[in-house]
Design a protein around this ligand. Structure first.
Ligand code: ATP
Ligand code: MG
Length: 459
């Protein structure tokens, strides 16, 4: 049996770092204190420690502990255990969920499967039955981690994380920062670096390459040289990640507020070409670089929206990203005799079909994206028939946002946009039904049809 790993962390005492409890969510503090008071180790971990140290507001607060999921469940009444790949505890509060994970091991234990994993002291018995139940670590033939549920020590838990800056922990026992991987230094230098050999880490989980791009873009960090080289070499492996996960990551990248920067990094590493090969080939056909610039400008517009707190929905994002490509495909279908509406539908269906094995866009998102694009044709007919009906369409606001972005990019559609904006503003709401004196609303009269008198069906 392997002895527990002995990893010496650097401890940064409270006096030497800026994280104050007043910056931490009160619910996260409650969870940390309760775990500590029950005799467990309790750390804030991951992105929130990184963001607090950078003076940024964390998206969420994650906790890591040596308590097992069942032990956590016993301590918190408001706890639900979730996840198959990673078994996690969710502690529910009125307006927040705090995620609590048990420290996980670096690699499968060499001893028999399910044998207890000792902690740093080798002492804590914990929930023996749970430790013996099959926490499994499963690796595919290509070295990809499929399941990772083996409990480990705090040090192992830190070193199995993706990047040094994501492996810092804030300890509630003495308010210190615990740094197992040199994360503090990389944070100060503005560097994204994998923990351990980047080739191994990206092979274990190719999505980490997209995460590297996201953190570099969002934090304005550089990617460390060896890590960057591994990304260039292993970019084709990104297609081994599951298509739904890649869709989720793509949304995070492009809706991060730094989507344009992320796009440049994706293209430089070659990741973009592997994720969107058809679209990339189309971009490559153009010699003047316009579609490429157009995608960048669309993402700049998305970034400005996100930056000013205006959410951009996934269908709108997709329509903006791939709109030029899809419009051109639609024209091709129209050239073959399809109606404008059928042509848009066919172009969108072909695109989603080609993307499905790589980046799986959910069906309803694809439909909503098609609606936004299809409505563009109608918006360009002013006033057209029944403009009020256009206004009532569920996708009107998104279609207008699409048009607004197009205007910001080339100004061509400005009169169309101005017309619809004015029309929407001036449109009167349907009058409210007048109330009778007694306060009862008048029931609409039902048309009565006499029995037996039916309109004859056409022969
Ligand atoms: P964000 O601010 O976007 O939420 P984050 O760093 O918190 O960034 P999460 O996806 O919330 O990112 O993950 C939380 C932590 O879990 C990370 O900081 C990292 O330590 C670890 N982690 C997440 N995904 C992976 C992965 N694929 N491989 C290794 N560690 C990971
Ligand atoms: Mg997070």
């Amino acid at each position: 049996m392997n002895p527990p790993m002995s990893i010496e962390p650097v401890i940064i005492p409270r006096a030497n770092h800026p994280i104050s409890r007043s910056l931490v969510s009160p619910n996260a503090l409650r969870v940390l204190y309760r775990l500590r008071d029950n005799g467990f180790i309790a750390y804030l971990v991951g992105g929130c420690v990184r963001d607090l140290l950078l003076g940024r507001e964390p998206k969420d607060f994650d906790v890591a502990t040596d308590a097992t999921p069942n032990q956590i469940k016993r301590i918190f009444r408001n706890c639900r255990l979730v996840g198959r790949r990673f078994r996690l505890a969710h502690i529910h509060f009125t307006d927040e969920i705090i995620e609590v994970a048990t420290f996980r091991a670096l690699s499968p234990p060499e001893q028999g499967e399910g044998e207890p994993v000792a902690d740093e002291t080798g002492q804590r018995g914990g929930d023996e039955a749970e430790r013996l139940r099959p926490p499994r670590h499963l690796v595919s033939d290509e070295g990809m981690v499929l399941r990772d549920n083996v409990f480990g020590t705090p040090g192992e838990d830190a070193l199995r994380r993706d990047f040094t800056v994501n492996a810092l922990a804030y300890c509630i026992a003495d308010f210190s920062i615990i740094d197992y991987a040199g994360g503090m230094e990389d944070l100060q230098r503005g560097m994204i670096r994998t923990i351990g050999d980047p080739r191994v880490r990206f092979t274990e989980d190719p999505v980490r390459m997209l995460r590297a791009v996201r953190f570099a873009a969002v934090l304005g960090f550089a990617v460390e040289e060896e890590t960057w080289q591994a990304m260039l070499d292993l970019a084709p492996a990104i297609t081994r990640a599951t298509a739904p996960r890649l869709y989720e990551e793509m949304l995070k990248l492009f809706l991060s507020g730094e989507g344009e920067r992320a796009y440049q990094l994706l293209r430089q590493t070659g990741l973009f070409a592997h994720l969107f090969p058809g679209f990339e080939a189309w971009l490559g056909e153009e010699t003047d670089g316009f579609p490429h610039a157009r995608t960048g400008s669309a993402l700049e517009w998305v970034d400005s929206q996100v930056g000013s707190g205006e959410p951009v929905s996934p269908p709108l994002l997709l329509a903006l990203l791939f709109g030029g490509y899809l419009e051109e495909q639609s024209e091709r279908f129209m050239g073959q005799g399809a109606s404008p509406l059928d042509a848009v539908s066919a172009a969108v269906a072909a695109f989603l079909g080609e993307q499905a094995p790589l980046v799986a866009v959910p069906h309803r998102i694809g439909l909503a994206m098609r609606e936004i694009l299809a409505l563009q044709q109608r918006l360009h007919r002013i006033p057209g028939k029944r403009p009020q009906a256009v206004l009532a369409r569920a996708s009107f606001a998104e279609a207008m946002a699409y048009l607004r972005c197009r205007c910001a990019m080339n100004g061509e559609d400005s009169p169309v946009l101005a017309w619809w904006e004015r029309y929407a503003r001036d449109s009167v709401m349907p009058p409210v039904e007048p109330c009778s004196a007694g306060g009862e609303t008048k029931k609409p009269r039902r048309r009565r049809r006499r029995r037996g008198v039916r309109k004859a069906a056409p022969q």
